[in-house]
Design a protein around this ligand. Structure first.
Ligand code: F0G
Length: 459
């Protein structure tokens, strides 16, 4: 494996032991967990690449902020710090704190959607799609064709297909479209960025038809970093300036602060319209809490305000995105086919290509994930048929999703490149003996959220 030059732009002040287990123990643990990685207690996980959400290491500055938490019910000073920070980065006037991203989605959608509306965008994250459906609406995805080609090296595979988007609006009528959401970066196809040009074009369409445009901004800082590195005209701009421009094209944003904002819990909703803000406040009080804490402690608001600013630091972003790239190339060297170009928060293994001997109904992504856990205790998440297959309403048959991916998400500031080496070496060992990846079958199948709750067994 070709090592990265330089070193992390931080030093380590506190350490946390990791779960070391033997292969025999892991065999037992998997059996008890029904071969579902969500059911494995974290203490038995050596390197946890299940998600980059809420798993960041906070800085000394954030921990110091925790001690500055003002736990007043109303008007805590940390709220004003958060509000001013969001205003400065996102350019939006009104800020509503929430306990995490999906709570912001719930409030926004409760305020702007009613049954029968469409929500258009690039690709919606599961919770976004679920909230759209919960309001009796339908999410429709308009991705550029390269988005689904795991080997295309298009620099902005999160882009919206603006032509098809506008055609849809013209055909259905703008009044049927509740809003447009651009997810930056686009998690579902590999943490792929959206270009500034594309945001500008989508914004022009949204404004032409009077449709609100919101960002799902969970990984906005990584998206801005990719714009700086890959889009002409942005090389000399700071991440803050790029974020300001990007958000200026929209009307507001939901944010899961558990990603780019480097906190373990938190989120917010921000917007320019006072009228919408007032409507959202009613739902905030109903679902989350009062306007200045929204389901969080004052200390959480402070950690979030500080994390938002730290997340813009270029040395940090270069190191972080460099580590994801490093993992992706090490996995390729180990024989895996990886989604290209590597995204901002995870390496995604294309399991149709990497374990081609397994048909989709044997859950290739989850089977490979289980094999990796068994080999060295690394935990990942399958994003394929187990998670996303849908039952055809007419025939009742399961229809697999287009992509069968195994996501190896990299928590921020948590693991070193040596951890990444361990993961890649495990992948190499596992892929050398494909006959031992035999696939999984369901033994207990919940009606919904199969990948979180189901129990399986090896075939
Ligand atoms: N939007 C995107 C793009 C996300 O990736 C997530 C969460 C959310 C919204 C919801 O935010 O978890 O704070 O309520 N993604 C996590 C993941 C869970 O593992 O990708 P939340």
């Amino acid at each position: 494996m070709k090592e990265r030059g330089g070193a992390e732009p931080f030093k380590i002040k506190m350490v946390e032991p990791v779960g070391l287990t033997t292969k025999a123990q892991r065999e037992e643990i998997l059996k008890k967990a029904g071969y579902n990685q969500f059911r494995i207690p974290a203490e038995y996980v050596y390197i946890d690449l299940m998600t980059d959400s809420g798993t960041s290491a906070m800085s000394d500055n954030q921990w110091a902020g925790i001690m500055m938490g003002d736990e007043s019910y109303a008007g805590a000073r940390n709220f004003y710090h958060l509000r001013d920070t969001v205003r400065e980065i996102f350019t939006y006037e009104y800020v509503i704190p929430t306990h995490q991203g999906r709570a912001a989605e719930n409030i926004l959608m409760s305020a702007v959607l009613w049954p029968g509306k469409y929500v258009l965008g690039n690709m919606f994250f599961d919770t976004t799609e679920a909230h759209i459906a919960h309001k009796g609406c339908k999410g429709v995805s308009f991705m550029i064709p390269e988005a689904y080609d795991t080997q295309s090296t298009h620099p902005f595979k999160g882009n919206v297909d603006v032509v098809r988007l506008e055609e849809f609006i013209r055909k259905e009528g703008a009044s049927k479209v509740g809003m447009i959401i651009i997810t930056v970066t686009c998690n579902n196809n590999g943490g792929q960025p959206v270009s500034m040009e594309n945001v500008r074009q989508v914004s022009a369409v949204a404004r032409k038809y009077g449709i609100p445009l919101f960002f799902d901004s969970a990984r906005f800082a990584e998206n801005c970093y990719f714009i700086k590195k890959r889009e002409a005209g942005y090389g000399d701009r700071s991440i803050l300036e790029i974020a300001n421009e990007m958000f200026s094209y929209g009307d507001g944003a939901t944010c899961s602060a558990k990603k780019s904002a480097l906190v373990n819990i938190g989120g917010f909703l921000a917007m320019n319209s006072k009228e919408l803000y007032d409507k959202c406040l009613e739902y905030l009080v109903l679902f989350e809490g009062f306007a200045t804490y929204g389901g969080l402690a004052g200390r959480d608001l402070e950690a979030m305000a500080r994390g938002l600013r730290e997340g813009l630091d270029e040395a940090y972003l270069e190191d972080r995105i460099g580590q994801v790239e490093y993992l992706a190339s090490a996995l390729m060297e180990a024989g895996a086919s990886v989604v290209l170009p590597p995204g901002g928060h995870a390496a995604y293994v294309d399991c149709k290509k990497t374990v081609p001997h397994l048909s989709w109904d044997k859950f290739p992504a989850d089977s490979l994930g289980v094999a990796l856990y068994l080999d060295c205790g690394v935990r990942t998440v399958g994003l394929g048929a187990l998670a996303f297959a849908e039952k055809d309403p007419v025939t009742g048959e399961w229809v697999p999703p287009e992509l069968e991916l195994l996501r190896l998400a990299v928590p921020r500031r948590v693991y070193t490149d040596r951890h990444m080496n361990v993961v890649a070496e495990a992948m190499g060992r596992v892929l050398k003996r494909p006959e031992q990846i035999r696939g999984l079958r369901l033994v207990k199948e919940p009606a919904r959220l199969r990948h979180f709750l189901s129990e399986l067994e090896p075939i």
